[in-house]
Design a binder for this molecule. Structure first.
Ligand code: HEC
Length: 224
């Protein structure tokens, strides 16, 4: 019994020492990797060669025409031919009123782009794409996401938001607010202003005095 124990014990000690080595011993050989996980994977290491490319270089100059995020994209919408407002829609983030909605330390008021029919049409289209899911096409805040649990969507035709300067609406779209995400990275600067203009139109459209309506619109209203 004791003999068997001593034999097994010696075997275990030998096994542990041969696998784990002596304490403090430095091991200079290639490590024994039982589960290498993601240690070895094909990738480009900066300033190293790479067999992946035919010229065996890891680093390459930018492909002509590549535009880093945040740079001006002049004429971006010119490509589609329909949405070119000034040919300058972009994703810049300069500290200007156009890009931030802020002048100095306060939100500015007024539009840094020309407000015309085209801008409003563009704003309506963009609003319906980006905002209506939550804020509803009317701005009421009862978009489809409400039915799925996003209960705190603000009504855009609220007096509080009517009183906000244009720059603040622009900044809300750009940076988001509380549970609303930021749309600066996905909507170009001019399009954001177009949306602000359209939100203003939504706000006005829902509280206009009957006397101010054109005779045709008044007639329509009376029919209803
Ligand atoms: C995914 C849903 C969602 C989308 C899409 C969305 N919003 Fe919102 N928005 C919210 C929620 C939720 C709030 C309320 C945030 C809070 O609790 O203050 C809000 C608040 C606002 C406010 C009020 C900010 C304030 O000062 O209180 C404005 C203005 C606004 N949104 C405009 C927009 C515009 C314009 C778009 C389209 C570019 C848009 N939102 C897209 C969910 C959304």
């Amino acid at each position: 019994m004791v003999r068997t124990f001593l034999f097994v014990f010696t075997l275990v000690v030998l096994a542990v020492v041969s696998l784990a080595g002596f304490r403090g011993q430095k091991f200079a050989g290639t490590p024994l990797q039982i589960t290498p996980d993601m240690k070895h994977q094909p990738k480009v290491i900066t300033q190293h060669g790479s067999g992946f490319f035919s010229d065996n270089r890891g680093d390459h100059p930018l492909v002509p025409g590549t535009i880093p995020v945040g740079y001006n994209l002049p004429g971006r919408y010119a490509q589609s031919g329909v949405n070119n407002m000034s040919g300058n829609s972009s994703f810049t983030s300069e500290p200007t009123y156009l890009d931030t909605g802020v002048i100095g330390d306060v939100y500015g008021d007024g539009f840094p782009v020309e407000v015309n029919d085209k801008l409003l049409q563009r704003g309506r289209e963009r609003y319906d794409i980006f905002c209506a899911v939550c804020h509803d096409r009317s701005g009421s805040g009862n978009g489809i996401t409400k039915a799925y649990g996003l209960a705190t969507v603000a009504s855009l035709i609220d007096d509080r938001l009517k009183a906000q300067p244009d720059g603040q609406l622009f900044a809300t779209i750009t940076n988001g607010k509380n549970t609303m995400g930021a749309y600066g990275p996905s909507i170009a600067v001019e399009d954001r202003w177009a949306i602000v203009a359209y939100v203003r139109a939504l706000q006005k459209s829902q509280s206009v005095k009957v006397e101010l309506l054109s005779p045709e619109l008044k007639a329509q209203l009376e029919k209803k």
